[in-house]
Design a protein. Structure first.
Length: 579
């Protein structure tokens, strides 16, 4: 699972194992003595504020032994099935330790989740969920995070079954001032919720549908969505919202990738529905477009309000479906990391917030913008090589309190894969948005003869990204501005194709008005050996060709050392290609 850092808590997979004291939720023999309470847990309701009260009706014959103090929560509405599809929220922060579909004769919880909390350890249990579970075993969650949706899997009508355990022993707790002790014989009514929802999806849960795709087929996996030009994807499950619970924030992490010249953009949208069962939305709210991110990453945090504007859902909206729209040219795509919707977030003011991190010729560049920064005392950039461990965050730089700013870091001296934007409010509360990444000291382009490739500059600095105007893409055509126009004595560029290339025999380069020496090496895919292909000094304003049958059968990577021979001129390379 991928993650969103909110209030210094991470929603990510740490990969830890189930502790030895924990058992299947189907195990347990009830109380060995008087009922005891889990106190001081700070539980909030595991269901959202719908504007109505939630009730627990005692009398379920299944609530014995391990479920003596379990709640069956349903909203006080005319239809029992009204709850179906409402979000199930983590009652407290913790770590997911169990996700399964239990339908055996031992228990019929259907899809259910257990979350570990506290020291000594105890667990909260959530059962009869829809199959679209939004968390994974080992994942850390924050209070209010959506872990799934109310449903009727297992043997039940639609409702949420919720309980507290310690080992296999049933415990009780206080929820909204009412005790769950012996809930199997005691009804609880008028349970109101004020839990702040944190909805989060990382494109790895099988919950995104392709609406249209004319430029290629969108793919999902590994926690990312890869969306070609002219594609639209929509979340399958509607998300409960209500205007009275506003404000919300929509947070999206995107990477707009250009392998060839052209434009690429992505636009997050929210389809607004009055009822969960509506076939078509009453309105589609449009939010700021994310343009080219220089093959790096951008995170957007956008206020979501209700009204009659183009970026607002109508005030009677009860559910929304996130949508991502991608436009662009051939050779462009958008990679999406996560999509989140936060209810009443702590960030407060700020309007649209953006962090953009990418590599620029061996320099990491970080740009930020905040529509309204008057509520903040500090704006800082943090880095980490572990996207899901808050203890590893290191401050990289602080920004002046304007509305925009940037920070440059040497990709060798300050080498973090992931970056976070931390905002500190006037009252001292802090919110960190991220991660964006992985950000590496490379860019990508479509190289003639190699195809889509990663490009790394080991010694150059401040070279523009390969596909940004006025520097042209690799296309085999001589351009006015060329690919590199800089003044180091020499430097190494590596080209790493997405897959090893067979049958290469020739390297060609066209140089500007300076004599340049080129040493070309190939990495043999079979054994990793470095093979010298050729060493040539060119004639300026002309092509230099190095042909050698000694190229490996399959080339994993090409390294080229460029050295200018006249210190009075820039190193100017107009074009590079392979055959």
């Amino acid at each position: 699972m991928r993650s969103l850092l909110v209030l210094a808590a991470l929603l990510g997979a740490l990969g830890t194992s189930w502790p030895s004291l924990a058992q299947s939720p189907c195990d347990g023999q009830g109380q060995s003595g008087p009922a005891t309470e889990i106190s001081g847990a700070g539980f909030e309701m595991p269901v959202p504020n719908t504007g109505q009260v939630w009730n627990h009706a005692q009398g379920s014959p299944a609530h014995v032994l391990r479920d003596t103090h379990a709640l069956d929560l349903n909203e006080n509405a005319t239809s029992w099935d009204f709850d179906n599809g409402l979000p199930v929220l983590a009652a407290a922060a913790g770590t997911v330790r169990y996700v399964a579909n239990d339908t055996s004769s031992r228990c019929t919880y259907g899809w259910n989740v257990m979350i570990e909390h506290g020291s000594p350890i105890y667990y909260t249990h959530y059962a009869h969920l829809a199959p679209e579970i939004l968390v994974a075993n080992g994942q850390k969650v924050v209070q209010g995070q959506v872990i799934g949706y109310v449903s009727n899997t297992g043997t039940s009508a639609s409702h949420l079954h919720w309980s507290v355990r310690q080992g296999t022993t049933a415990k009780y707790a206080s929820v909204n001032g009412q005790s769950t002790a012996n809930a199997n014989t005691n009804s609880l009514s008028s349970l109101t919720s004020d839990t702040r929802m944190v909805w989060f999806d990382d494109f790895n849960t099988g919950t995104w549908d392709v609406v249209s795709a004319t430029g290629g087929t969108p793919t999902f996996g590994g926690g990312y969505a890869n969306l070609p030009a002219d594609s639209i994807v929509r979340h399958r499950k509607p998300i409960f919202v209500r205007s009275a619970n506003a404000p919300y924030r929509l947070v999206v992490a995107l990477r707009a990738e250009k392998l060839k010249p052209g434009f690429v953009l992505a636009q997050p949208r929210l389809e607004c529905y009055r009822n969960r069962s509506d076939a078509t939305p009453s309105f589609t709210a449009l939010f700021p477009v994310e343009y080219d991110t220089s093959n790096g990453w951008a995170i957007q945090s956008i206020p979501v309000t209700f009204g009659t504007g183009t970026s607002q859902c109508p005030t009677d909206t009860r559910f929304v479906k996130p949508v991502l729209y991608v436009d662009g040219d051939v050779g462009t795509r958008v990679q999406a990391d996560f999509f989140a919707l936060l209810e009443r977030p702590d960030v407060g003011e700020g309007g649209n917030i953006r962090l953009h991190s990418f590599s620029w010729g061996g320099i990491r560049r970080h740009l930020w913008s905040i529509q309204d920064r008057t509520q903040f005392t500090n704006i800082e950039l943090y880095g980490s090589n572990q996207r899901d461990n808050p203890s590893t965050l290191v401050r990289v730089c602080s920004f002046a309190l304007g509305t925009t700013g940037f920070c440059n870091t040497d990709a060798v001296a300050v080498n973090y894969s992931f970056y976070f934007l931390k905002l500190t409010r006037l009252d001292g509360r802090a919110t960190a948005y991220g991660p964006v990444g992985p950000v590496d000291p490379s860019s990508r382009a479509d190289i003639p003869g190699l195809g889509p490739s990663r490009i790394t500059t080991l010694d150059f600095r401040n070279i523009p990204t390969w596909t940004n105007y006025p520097y042209q893409a690799f296309d085999g055509v001589i351009n006015t501005y060329g690919i590199i126009n800089y003044a180091p004595n020499g430097g190494i560029i590596t080209f790493t194709p997405d897959s090893p290339k067979a049958g290469l025999r020739t390297f060609e380069a066209y140089y500007g008005g300076n004599t340049t020496r080129s040493m070309v090496y190939a990495v043999d895919d079979a054994n990793g050996n470095l093979v010298l292909i050729g060493d040539a000094t060119n004639t300026s304003l002309g092509w230099t060709t190095i042909t050698n049958p000694a190229w490996p059968a399959r080339t994993r990577e090409v390294l080229i050392y460029f050295q200018r021979t006249n210190p009075d001129y820039f190193l100017h390379i107009d074009e590079i290609r392979f055959r």
